[in-house]
Write a protein that binds this ligand. Structure first.
Ligand SMILES: CC(C)(COP(=O)(O)OP(=O)(O)OC[C@H]1O[C@@H](n2cnc3c(N)ncnc32)[C@H](O)[C@@H]1OP(=O)(O)O)[C@@H](O)C(=O)NCCC(=O)NCCS
Length: 249
């Protein structure tokens, strides 16, 4: 089986995703949202050199850098996120393709050799009538604030879907903005027969990308891996906000 996302690179049979170099588009060197191109102040000309954004599998030695990226991206509003990504790592493996000790099912985005973004997949289950079905959950997704808006998040989502497909998993789920993820291959999950893990996730935010391993009988409630519950990182605690998002569709 091979699978292609949005015309980007292909991955091979289950478990054969290259450890390095799904590579993608180019972004300006040192892009900085406030300053434009970092280091250009006073130079009087546009810097034209570009650097490729490289996606590679997270290795165990990336753990500290990953927590920094996640902490900086989510900021003080969601202080549990670095702890969550650490707690999720043991769940970032899919069946026999990822034995204990292997690299997690997660990608690091590098620009000029520096880690600037990250995405993680962990194993949840669909509680279907026939059996429990292992599926993947995409969370968290994070890009360093100075590098946001340059397409790196888009690359990470596409790479994560490719990585998910390479495992043979039937689907990858997430909770997030339908505008952002809807333009990146995801669709509302409830109309397809899936149920949210929590009513605190606004219905439009509960999304799925079906993969080649999906079969129509695989419907039911999504069960998150334990760390999401243990760290209270599921949905929103603001009931009025959930109702407002659902009313807006
Ligand atoms: C969300 C995030 C990963 C996007 O990464 P990115 O590299 O900036 O994204 P891209 O450059 O590929 O895409 C930029 C687009 O995403 C939109 N966007 C960014 N954050 C968004 C959000 N929280 N909700 C909806 N859209 C968002 C931008 O407005 C921009 O839209 P445009 O293409 O119409 O101009 C990044 O902003 C981030 O790390 N945010 C903090 C952590 C977070 O919220 N993670 C997602 C949790 S579900």
């Amino acid at each position: 089986m091979s699978f292609e996302v949005a015309g980007h690179s292909k991955v091979g049979p289950s478990g054969q995703l290259p450890a390095q170099l799904i590579l993608r588009r180019a972004a300006p060197t040192g892009f900085n949202r406030e300053m434009g191109v970092t280091g250009m102040a006073g130079q009087g000309k546009l810097r034209t050199m570009i650097s490729p954004v490289v996606l590679r599998r997270e290795s165990l030695s990336d753990a500290g850098a990953v927590e920094q990226i996640v902490g900086a991206a989510f900021g003080a509003d969601e202080p549990m996120l670095p702890t969550l990504v650490r707690a999720l790592r043991p769940y970032s493996r899919f069946a026999a393709q990822s034995p204990p000790g292997s690299d997690p099912l997660a990608l690091v985005a590098e620009l000029d050799g520096a880690a600037v973004g990250h995405v993680m997949l962990t194993v949840g289950h669909i509680d279907a009538w026939e059996s429990m079905v292992p599926v993947l959950v995409l969370s968290p997704l994070a890009v360093l604030p100075d590098h946001q808006g340059a397409g790196i998040g888009t690359d990470l989502v596409a790479g994560a879907v490719e990585l998910a497909a390479s495992t043979g998993a039937p689907a990858v789920f997430l909770e997030g903005s339908p505008t952002y993820y809807g333009a990146r291959g995801f669709t509302a999950a409830e109309p397809l027969g899936f149920r949210r893990p929590s009513l605190r996730i606004p219905a439009p935010a509960f999304q799925v990308a079906l993969l080649p391993g999906y079969r129509p009988w695989m419907t039911g409630t999504l069960v998150y891996p334990a760390p999401f519950w243990e760290l209270d990182c599921v949905g929103l605690r603001d009931r009025a906000l959930v109702q407002q998002i659902e009313a807006a569709g």
